[in-house]
Design a protein around this ligand. Structure first.
Ligand code: E4P
Length: 217
């Protein structure tokens, strides 16, 4: 299972990278705005800074919502850095753009996926990654993990190569449940990755080991 961090915050990206378990980064316009990164030139520079900080795929989202605009923006993003994956929304022209980029050998991440039907379309169009937003489904009383299970089942039926990127992950249990189901990738905040470290028995056990060592030395 690949671990992506879902942030545009360079310090957090570097902290996750330093842990040695990071496989990539996802961003979106809201995450960029949260870091105060605005204006096309600054946003492009920030993508390059993120790519320089990590090994692995870095998703950069197009703003255009028409086919020609998405192609133009996506091609510019793809030339920015070899690690860039073009993030395309699940809309009609987005599906066409996914197909176009697949033909060009440019990696894509189909974002804002909330149903198995949308995930099926993304796979048919040749998306590299599909991003079902599990946290946002949970927010509206719909089981996000159930969607991951449905997509896993469908993709396995036909050996689709599109990777399931569980997105909108909010906490450690999302990560663990996605791993049990067999999501290929999860993207979440730093807390969802570092939270996996925590267990009180580890802390208690370590304190006891160190105390006992000190007794004999
Ligand atoms: C995925 O690529 C999105 O950036 C992200 O996971 C959205 O998460 P949120 O629902 O916590 O905003």
């Amino acid at each position: 299972m690949k671990f992506f961090i879902d942030t545009a915050n360079l310090d957090q990206i570097k902290e996750a990278e330093a842990l040695g378990v990071l496989d990539g980064v996802t961003t979106n316009p809201s995450l960029m705005a949260k870091e105060g990164i605005t204006g096309a030139a600054n946003i492009l520079n920030h993508y390059v800074a993120i790519c320089d900080a990590v090994e692995g795929d870095v998703s950069a989202e197009v703003i255009a919502t028409d086919f020609d605009g998405m192609i133009k923006e996506g091609e510019a993003l793809a030339t920015l850095h070899p690690q860039i994956v073009v993030k395309i929304p699940m809309i009609e022209d987005g599906v066409k753009a996914l197909k176009y980029f697949a033909g060009k050998g440019i990696k894509t991440n189909c974002t804002l996926v909330f149903s198995a039907g949308q995930a099926l379309l993304a796979a048919k169009a040749g998306a590299t990654y599909v991003s079902p937003f599990i946290g946002r489904l949970d927010d509206v009383s719909t089981d996000g993990l159930n969607l991951i299970q449905e997509i896993r089942h469908i993709y396995d039926n036909y050996a689709f190569e599109t990777q399931i990127l569980a997105a909108s992950v909010r906490h450690t249990m999302h990560v663990i449940d996605c791993a049990k189901i067999g999501a290929d990738v999860m993207t979440g905040p730093l807390s969802s990755i570092k939270g996996l470290l925590n267990h009180p028995l580890t802390d208690i056990g370590l304190a006891k080991f160190l105390a006992d060592y000190k007794k004999g030395n």
